[in-house]
Write a protein that binds this ligand. Structure first.
Ligand code: WQD
Length: 343
């Protein structure tokens, strides 16, 4: 049987590039669409270093119907699409909501119309735990009520989920799966790919590594007066390669000959809840480096605690996590050291 071919939008990005590696190692052929708005394309070298494959890459916007149609024409049969390409900076979405609605929502609609035009009817969508908002009950499962949406970014993710749900219930052949990520972090164990944002990092783990390497003099812990075991917020940090592996399991399930589920969604979290100070402590213990930080005021929009019930992903996708919090902070640090040597 010929190797099935998957379009990965945002495949030069952080989670996208790690997923491309896992897809190739699972026997898929991959085509990357990426406009390099938040990545520099260097991941292509890393993907080749790990897999030996030169992945076809189209530097286009996944929401540009004509350009994406051209990719379908050139690449022939496409068995599925994994859609990562989206803006994801929460604060920026508050400042420029229309930019987020246009890119994330209109872009999805354009891509879906193109997929349907080319009889590609398996769609895997990258969503976020931020749709749960400030959950009343923890851990959150896929059946948990969705809390107050706190940003236009999170609202675009929820809108896209609803579009996919409605489309899959209509008379098209489209079947879609939504994966809700908790806090992706860390880097590929080969140290050939990792998080390489072109804009300044705002997530905790890259902020820690950038401080530890000296790119920042210190960072701020946003509040230590929360009602948690050490006063700092709790999150579910999940290794990016565990996230990537779940995408392979999901697309394999969707492409199985007897797959009939029009729409489904899964939490991708470790089910571990760690405080900010625990992450810092793990970083120090594992790497022997103590990043400078101060305790500052709370950050607007932060939820106190969120972590996953991941039993559905484990039971229905056969997902088994390989990496721990120590692996996350170790691989993140190794990647930061390598990135800084390259500069
Ligand atoms: C984690 C914790 C901060 C930076 C975001 C997105 C979410 C999802 C995951 C995409 C919080 C604290 C952070 C710093 C700090 N992304 N922190 N100092 O906000 O949980 O979620 O990434 O799907 O949509 O919102 O991640 O890493 O920014 O923060 O104290 O300099 O670290 O307050 O408690 P967050 P984060």
């Amino acid at each position: 049987m010929p190797r099935q071919k998957i379009i990965v939008t945002g495949g030069c990005g952080y989670i996208g590039s790690h997923t491309v590696v896992e897809l190739i190692q699972a026997g898929f052929r991959v085509v990357i669409i990426d406009n390099l708005s938040n990545s520099d394309g260097s991941a292509l070298e890393g993907i080749k270093a790990i897999t030996g494959e030169d992945v076809p890459f189209y530097m286009i916007d996944s929401g540009d119907k004509n350009a994406v149609s051209e990719v379908f024409s050139q690449e022939g049969r496409i068995d599925g699409i994994i859609h990562f390409a989206a803006y994801k900076a929460v604060n920026e979405s508050v400042e420029f909501p229309l930019k987020y609605y246009s890119n994330n929502v209109k872009g999805l609609i354009n891509l879906l119309e193109c997929a349907i035009d080319h009889d590609c009817n398996r769609f895997l969508f990258s969503s976020s735990c931020s749709v749960y908002g400030d959950a009343d009950k923890l851990p959150v499962s896929e059946l948990s009520p969705l809390g107050e949406i706190r940003s236009p970014y999170a609202r675009t993710k929820l809108m896209c989920e609803d579009i996919l749900r409605d489309l899959s219930s209509s008379d098209t052949q489209m079947k879609s799966v939504v994966l809700r990520y908790f806090n992706p972090a860390g880097a590929h164990p080969s140290n050939e790919i990792g998080e390489s944002p072109t804009i300044n990092a705002s997530n905790l783990v890259p902020v820690i590594t950038e401080t530890a390497i000296g790119k920042r003099p210190e960072f701020t812990v946003f509040g230590n007066d929360y009602d948690t075991r050490d006063g700092t917020c709790i999150r579910d940090y999940i290794h990016v390669s565990d996230i990537a592996n779940a995408h392979v399991l999901a697309i394999k399930k969707m492409l199985s000959h007897d797959y009939a589920q029009p729409f489904d969604l899964y939490n991708l979290g470790s089910a571990r809840g760690n405080t900010v100070l625990e992450v810092i402590s793990a970083f120090e213990q594992v790497n022997g480096v103590s990043p400078n930080y101060i305790i500052g005021p709370r950050r607007a929009g932060d939820v106190i605690a969120v972590y996953a019930d991941n039993s559905k992903s484990k039971n229905q996708l056969g997902w088994n996590l390989k990496y721990t919090l120590d692996d996350i902070v170790r691989t993140a640090w190794q990647w930061e050291l390598k990135r800084s040597r390259k500069k």
